[in-house]
Write a protein that binds this ligand. Structure first.
Ligand code: ADP
Ligand SMILES: O=c1ccn([C@@H]2O[C@H](COP(=O)(O)O)[C@@H](O)[C@H]2O)c(=O)[nH]1
Length: 201
């Protein structure tokens, strides 16, 4: 099994890169673990308490569960990947049966910040877009798809997103084997990643 970690700040284009890679590879050979699926369960909190959580700090993520699931997949066991709702800021209670595949991609803002998880990756990719570009993308996406308004996104950006990005996410760029710039669409980088994956398959 080839395990690829894809990190980068919110809105940098990680999901887009994952989908572009998926489109280029044979169906059924690639599986994905989304870090977002592994936000800690917060069912014991009210909605008003949940919106105060700092979702950009490593302690908000259940890294033990990601590592355990990845180990199971490596041992050829399927796992139940939790489903997360950004609207409710909590796990939905559902899970997606995720089967082991020749290539497993792990995607998320903080996946290179946890040493145990980081050490499991054969290839580490950091997707980069300038912070103004990421903020614009995040604003558009969160208002359109995640039920937020302008004030909520800007307030979260100033109070947690930006400081957490500088403290925990940007420094993990140094662990990357490949940095993909995505201020514009970058088909050359996707071609290179696809070639590397095909080479290892
Ligand atoms: N290279 C790019 N150029 C322009 N827009 C992009 C690019 N990559 C992603 N986007 C857009 O930015 C938004 C956030 O991208 P997404 O892939 O969801 O980022 P992430 O998963 O890193 O948060 C989406 O609306 C997506 O269509
Ligand atoms: O309940 C939640 C959990 C997380 N977030 C924000 O999501 C991004 C990470 O997702 P990307 O797809 O990489 O952008 C993170 O910056 C959290 O602030 C949220 O809004 N609500």
């Amino acid at each position: 099994m080839l395990i690829i970690g894809i990190a980068g700040g919110t809105g940098c284009g990680k999901t887009t890169v994952v989908n572009q890679i998926l489109n280029e590879l044979p169906e059924g050979e690639v599986g994905i673990l989304w870090q977002d699926s592994y936000y800690k369960d917060t069912s014991h909190l009210s909605y008003d308490e949940r919106i105060k959580i700092n979702f950009d700090h490593p302690r908000s993520i259940d890294f033990d569960l990601i590592v355990a699931h990845l180990k199971d997949l490596k041992n050829n066991k399927p796992i139940e990947q939790p489903v997360y709702s950004f609207v409710k800021h909590n796990r939905t209670g559902d899970a997606i049966l995720t089967h082991p595949r020749k290539v497993m991609i792990v995607e998320g803002i903080l996946i290179l910040a946890n040493p145990e998880l980081r050490d499991m990756f054969d290839i580490k990719i950091f997707v980069h877009a300038d912070s103004d570009e990421r903020l614009i993308r995040r604003l558009k996406r969160d208002i359109k798809e995640r039920g937020r308004d302008l004030d909520e996104v800007l307030n979260r950006y100033q109070t947690t997103l930006k400081p957490m990005h500088n403290q925990f996410i940007e420094p993990t760029k140094e662990y990357a084997d490949i940095i993909i710039p995505t201020n514009k669409h970058n088909t050359v980088a996707i071609d290179i990643v696809r070639t590397i994956i095909n080479d290892k398959l």
